[in-house]
Design a binder for this molecule. Structure first.
Ligand SMILES: *Cc1c(COP(=O)(O)O)cnc(C)c1O
Length: 391
């Protein structure tokens, strides 16, 4: 015991879900200590640097003294206009840059903060699972509860909205969905989004669609925006991120778009907690959103090549998975005789391959593992070779 005050964590922190990756972290540390040539496909962080023209724009912007002061909370007008222009070009949806666009310090921030705007003690936040862990945690921090909507392969990884009990629906204020989906790589259909709009209207529930992977699509098929479907803007918002699209995870920048009342409420929470995005980053982001289409095509081709190597390789080894149409993840069923954790451990200890156990994204992910396509084609081939030797 150290001297001093008795430091006790809040119930909110104490009630955080258990950290499932501790054992994997230990095994990773052991492997590294032994000098194992580890191939790490466990993290959702691009291995490719930010395109040079964005870095150059940042260098110029950082020299301007006007950017050294507090930014505007909602984002510079020029940044919000660039977001609106980007959105119109990509999705054909008109946005009012003043009322329907808000700058974000990465989309994680908005996902974590949104429940503070709408959730009272005991209210429910619906979220799809397996999924990004922040959805239920934001709900918990706001005094609410998360209610898990399981995603299963047989439903093409769409939630069964009709299966939600009435007493849960009565208490639900907010629903998080995410397509293209991390970790399953499923892509939304217009039909599902329309069903979601109807569901939201019928039950008076605000929708937040997490579109972090909207630009990492394959085979030339572009994912749609939730705001493209009729009524989307009436019931919710969509959060976008520059992180995965422009290899800018470290920069912390994104934006929320959609329903002006929801945007304004999120803005109220944020203006009391943070002071906006560094303006130099906003300026570099304007350059990012103007990125030549060919650069993004090259990026998609890079991931697509890796996807093909991994998907074809795993399939030839008898693995069952859906060929990803988007994201940089491949979601695969573990072989018979294993569960998520034990197969992850096996790949790590016997093959020096680090992946993420599916149950780490929520219990419906049990029986699967997630590979991130964040190493070269050569290393991805090596992954397939190594797995061949240990199964
Ligand atoms: C990476 C990721 C985010 C967060 O991105 P940031 O904008 O960097 O905070 C949000 N949602 C999902 C599903 C992600 O995988």
């Amino acid at each position: 015991m150290s001297k001093g005050i008795n430091i006790e964590l809040s119930d909110k922190i104490k009630n955080l879900p258990p950290y499932l990756f501790a054992r994997i972290d230990e095994m990773k540390a052991e492997a590294l200590k032994k000098g194992v040539d580890l191939i790490d496909l466990s993290i959702g962080d691009p291995d490719i640097p930010t395109p040079p023209h964005i870095v150059e724009a940042m260098k110029r912007a950082v020299e301007k003294p006007e950017h050294h002061r507090y930014p505007s909370y909602a984002g510079m007008q020029s940044y919000r206009q660039a977001c609106a222009a980007w959105f119109y070009k990509r999705f054909g949806v008109n946005l009012d840059a003043g009322r329907e666009v808000l700058s974000l310090i990465g989309s994680k921030e908005a996902i974590g903060h949104l429940p503070l705007a709408f959730i009272n003690n005991g209210d429910i936040v619906l979220y799809t699972s397996p999924g990004y862990p922040v959805y239920p945690i934001g709900a918990l921090f706001a005094g609410g509860e998360g209610y898990e909507l399981p995603l299963h392969e047989e439903n093409d990884y769409f939630p069964d909205l009709d299966a939600i009990p009435d007493d849960i629906l009565k208490r639900a204020k907010l629903i998080f969905v995410n397509y293209p989906n991390n970790p399953t790589s499923a892509v939304a259909t217009e039909g599902f989004f329309s069903e979601l709009v109807e569901f939201a209207l019928r039950n008076n529930i605000i929708v937040c669609h997490d579109a972090a992977y909207s630009e990492l699509y394959f085979d030339g098929v572009k994912p749609i925006s939730f705001l493209e479907v009729e009524g989307g803007k009436d019931v919710g918002i969509e959060v976008h991120s520059l992180s995965k699209t422009y290899n800018m995870t470290g920069w912390r920048v994104g934006f929320a778009v959609g329903n002006s009342d929801v945007i304004s409420a999120l803005g109220k929470v944020k203006s009391n907690l943070d002071s906006g995005v560094f303006q130099a980053i906003q300026e570099a982001s304007i350059a990012a959103m103007g990125t030549d289409a060919s650069i993004l095509d090259d990026l998609r081709t890079t991931y697509e090549e890796r996807r093909d190597v991994l998907y074809d390789g795993l399939t030839s080894l008898g693995f069952s998975s859906t060929k990803p149409k988007a994201t940089f993840y491949l979601w695969a069923k573990v072989p018979d005789g294993f569960n998520s954790m034990s197969f992850c451990g096996h790949l790590l200890e016997e093959g020096g391959i680090l992946t993420t156990p599916g149950n780490g994204f929520g219990s419906p992910g049990e029986g699967y593992i997630r590979f991130a396509l964040t190493d070269s084609v050569a290393r991805t081939k090596e992954v397939v070779e190594r797995i061949k030797n240990i199964i």
